[in-house]
Design a protein around this ligand. Sequence first.
Ligand SMILES: Cc1ncc(COP(=O)(O)O)c(C=O)c1O
Length: 390
Amino acid sequence: MTHLRTRAVHAGQHPDPGTGAIATPISQTTAFGYGTLEHGAAIFAGEAPGYRYSRFANPTVAALEAKMADLEGAQAAVAFSSGTAATSSVLLGLLNPGDEIAFLGPLYGGTEGLFRAVGERFGIRVVDATQQGLAASLTPATRMVWVETLTNPSLRLHDLAEVAAIAKARGVLTVADNTFCTPCLVRPLAYGIDLAMHSMTKYLGGHGDATGGIVAGSVALIAPVRKTGLGHVGGNLSPQEAFLFLRGIKTLPLRMAAHCEGAAAVAHFLAGHPAVRVVHYPGLASHPQHALARRLLQGGFGGMVAFELVRNERSAAAAVLNRLQLFTQAVSLGDVDSLACHPASTTHSFVTAAVRAQNGVTEGLIRLSVGIEHPDDLMADLEHALRHAV
Ligand SMILES: Cc1ncc(COP(=O)(O)O)c(C=O)c1O
């Protein structure tokens, strides 16, 4: 199985040995009978394989973990009830009081909020390395570096090989949040990053109907994340949700190709529209990191597009957004349905005006999560709405 499309369908899954069922059964159970006291003791001691309690491990969830480990080129993976539960489990599983975590921003606001609201309260120092650069920001106390493979909403990238090399030279762990790219576009571990993390809620599920997170990496790193995040914190993914992710991931490469095709068409259309001042899309030659994007992202530039109106005001953004018919106004992303949002009043409404300015979140900025509808219909919807922006 060399091709991602084949692995997305088959990895981690096989017909059920008992019934022959091709779809992985939903093992909707809290506990697993172990037969004899001796066998139970052996399972609990880690001397015999077997499931015991679904908070620790569950067959449906295990199939999803095996599939995602395969797609990310990792030895192991552990799934959680949300992307945020995955992030907090990495933090609590691998960091100690006195450690520093450095990040290259901008980060998803919830991630930075978690670092600061929880990490700092438990003695972890949070360092924003964005301005100063990574090498200059690392100290002897730095234990982890956090980046996103494609950032929100300005769609910037980081040179993952460079990030990994700088961190490795100092013995620092690296984590890449790969939510926006998925393993279809980039596999962070191939660049030397230690852990790839996802909000599966987005492209991996793909249908806007399940919340989950996952972390993939070496057995040595995944083991403490699993022990803390599941055993101690209890952030396990339900088997029902795991089934939805298993089903969603089977079509991930096909969906990502359609997202990328639609987003590229929409980005080019917007770039030529007189009501639009700037389009953020790594596939455009005008994107400041287009060359890096071409090098890093394989098979497309993602499904997210952000654009700023010439009339850079909230009323202009409202005039456009309130007239869209195919794009639904909502946060989240990665669904088969196209979504649109006004970051300044939604995703970025809780951060300071200075942070909004630093991240290019102006009142006239609109973010699109381009779905898998036909690009012509999406462009017609935007064309109609944009008539009201000038
Ligand atoms: C890049 C990124 N990482 C992590 C998360 C958190 O994921 P969840 O909402 O599944 O907890 C999000 C949510 O929007 C996100 O966009």
